[in-house]
Structure formats: C-alpha cells, structure tokens
Design a binder for this molecule. Structure first.
Ligand code: NAD
Length: 363
C-alpha cells in the first residue's frame, strides 16, 4: 500500500504526521511511503532523514495525494487541499469536525473515508491519540509559568525552585489527570512546592501513594480552590469533564485577592477554560493581565514544541497506521473497536454520532 504524508498547510502548524522511525517501520513491512518535500522541516526533521529511512520524497502535495491510498496528516484539510481528496482514499488525521461544517461538507463531497485521531476511543473511554498532547501541554505549563513569573515579564519575581535559605515558589494544579500530573511532576522537578486538587478521590489516593509526600493532594471544592489560589504563585488549570465545557472554578473576584504578580496558566482553554476570565490566546501574544495577575491561555501549547509533539503524536498513531496499511481499512476497522470509533465519514456519509448531531445530519 502507498502511504502519503503531505506538508501541513494550516497557518503556524509545524508538526508532521510521520517520523523517519515510522517510515522505516512501514517500508520494512513492504509499504511505500511518499513524503512531501519539506514536510518535516518545521519539526526539525529533514528530507534526507526521511529518505534515509526509505521514503520517496515528492516535490509537491499533488504528487503525494495522487499516489497515496492512505493519507496521514496532523490537522484537518483546508480549502486548498479539498480538490485532492478521492473516494478510494483513507485520510487519518485530527479532524474536529463538530467545529467545522465546511470541512465536513468537503469530506462528504469528496467521498473519502475520514478517520479522526480525536475520536479513537479505547474500551475504558480514554482517548489515546489526544493523551500525548495533554502530556506536552502539562509539561510546558510550569515552564511557561516560571517564565512569566519573572519580574521582567510582569510577574511576581519568584524563582520556582527558590535557593538555599529562601522558600521555593508555590504551585497549585487544579485537575490531576494527564496534563495536570505532567504539570505537577515538572513543577516538582523545578523544586517548587506543589499541591494538586481533583474531585476524584481515587485518583488522589493513587497520586498520594506514588508521590510519597513530595506533593500534597487536596479534594477539589470551592473552599479548597480559594485557599490554594490565595497561597500560590502559579496556578495551573488542567480540568476536563468529558464532552462538556470546562467548569468555571476561579472567579474574577478570587483573582482580585491573589498575590500580585501571580500567574495563572489555563490548559483547559480549548474547552472554554476553567478560570472566569480565560480567553484563548496565541503563542505570539500569550498573556494578558487580570487585576494584578497574568493569564496564559494558549489553545495549542504543543505547537510551540513541534519536534517533541510530532514524535509524541506519531508514537501513538503508528500502530493504527500499520494496521490500516497491513490489513486495509475495512479489516483494520472491523478488528479494532477503538479504531472503528475514529471513523467519522465514509462514502459521503457522516457516521460519527456527535459530528452528525452537531450538523443536524442523519448518521
Ligand atoms: P484528563 O481527563 O486526563 O484530566 C482531567 C482531570 O480533571 C480529571 O482527573 C478530573 O477528575 C479532573 N476534574 C474534573 N472536574 C474537576 C474539578 N471541578 N476540580 C478539579 N478537578 C476536576 O484531561 P487532560 O487530558 O489532562 O486534559 C485537560 C484539558 O487540557 C482538556 O480540556 C484538554 O482539551 C486540554 N488540552 C489543552 C491543550 C492546550 O494546548 N491548551 C493541549 C492538550 C490538552
């Protein structure tokens, strides 16, 4: 089978859907991999690296789409790509179709089979192709928080690790899931003092057991969130209620009483944010002031570290890519209920219930 990997064209998207490791894995199984010239450059992966792993480098996107039975991307296709899609092709990528009528219509009209990373779901309900991006965002949160805590950036002027004879900075992480615990772990690595809050007591029990007193676990409720926010130099919001908008946990009034120069990083900004004043920001202009605090609300944090993000994403997509290439899409989907949940559009019909509902379509 021929697997095609075009260069991402969406504005400021630097990731790519395969690494040289993935190319080697596929070619060793007898598949051909066609990578567009320059597709990996944004992630610091060079054409030569892909070629050395066995890929054919194509001069442009048309050549990739023309050749490929299976097209791998990172983001949903944009208008200039629509005319390249064909009914005999499978597209495997992040699609987020509930948010885009235009893209949904383009996939229906093209007749292509579209499988979305974000709806691949394991039997326990977890989303394996979203988790690595939560890891990346979580690990970035203390890093960006530490940066903006510097006085020169408008922050409180606190060094998270403290120094000998001076107390460490204080970090409160609200939500102890994938992103929250990655944030907490990195904050601990910086030698900050860390508390994590969650509503799930079983989760807190596991964390308390694993971290052996290096951080404090606190049950999340309005009273404890207020205490933690008034105590902290850095607050990291990392909550998720599956399928729902993030709950608003930190009010404007509470921010008005926080330490001057404190920083709040809202990882949940893509789900509406968990602080009342959160609004999505970009890497170009990441922070804004609320009372005497700084809010960081970048909606695509992993975009800043594409080399790491590309590897993290492709590590988890590759097993599905191998199944699709080895078995063909029909068998691969029939054999794996998790992958079947990823199928959004087939033969001009939306088959994913939430996407169909979002656009008032039958599925
Ligand atoms: P997760 O499901 O692993 O963890 C969420 C945690 O929040 C769970 O432990 C849950 O019990 C907890 N929670 C729910 N309500 C709570 C409350 N009221 N108080 C305290 N805890 C509460 O989710 P995740 O993968 O860590 O994702 C978190 C958010 O980060 C999501 O909205 C996700 O879309 C977002 N995200 C953002 C970026 C970005 O670039 N900004 C990148 C990746 C993920």
């Amino acid at each position: 089978r021929i697997v095609g990997v075009p260069r991402e064209v969406k504005n400021r998207e630097y990731r790519v859907a395969i690494t040289p490791a993935g190319v080697r894995e596929l070619t060793s199984r007898g598949h051909e991999v066609v990578v567009e010239h320059g597709a990996g450059t944004g992630s610091a992966l060079l054409d030569d690296d892909f070629a050395a792993a066995g890929a054919r480098i194509a001069p442009d996107a048309d050549a990739v789409w023309d050749a490929a039975a299976l097209v791998l991307k990172v983001k949903e296709p944009v208008a200039e790509e629509y005319h390249r899609m064909r009914p005999d092709q499978v597209l495997f990528t992040y699609l987020h179709l509930a948010a885009s009528k235009e893209c949904t219509t383009a996939l229906i009209d093209a007749g292509i089979t579209a499988i979305a990373y974000e709806t691949v779901r394991l039997p326990d309900g977890s989303l394996p192709l979203l988790a690595p991006m939560s890891e990346v965002a979580g690990r970035m949160a203390p890093q960006v928080g530490a940066h903006h805590l510097q006085r020169t950036e408008g922050g409180r002027g606190v060094l998270l690790g403290g120094v000998s004879g001076v107390a460490a900075g204080k970090v409160a992480v609200i939500g102890a899931g994938v992103s929250g615990m990655n944030a907490a772990t990195i904050a601990l690595g910086l030698q900050a003092e860390v508390v994590v809050l969650d509503t799930n007591i079983n989760r807190l029990r596991q964390i308390d057991f694993s971290y052996r007193g290096h951080l404090q676990t606190i049950t999340s409720n309005a009273y404890e969130i207020e205490r933690a926010c008034l105590w902290a130099d850095l607050v990291i919001g990392a909550v998720l209620v599956p399928g729902a908008k993030a709950p608003t946990l930190v009010s404007n009034e509470l921010v008005s009483r926080m330490r001057p120069g404190s920083v709040l990083v809202d990882i949940a900004t893509d789900q509406g944010g968990c602080f009342a004043d959160s609004r999505p920001t970009t890497h170009d202009d990441p922070v804004f002031r609320v009372h005497d605090s700084l809010f960081y609300c970048v909606a695509n944090m992993p975009g800043a570290v594409p080399n790491t993000s590309t590897q993290a994403l492709t590590n988890v997509t590759l097993p599905y890519v191998i199944a699709l290439a080895d078995k063909g899409p029909a068998r691969a989907v029939a054999d794996d209920p998790a992958l079947a949940e990823g199928v959004n559009v087939v033969g001009g019909r939306v088959v994913q219930p939430e996407v169909a509902a979002a656009h008032g379509l039958e599925h």
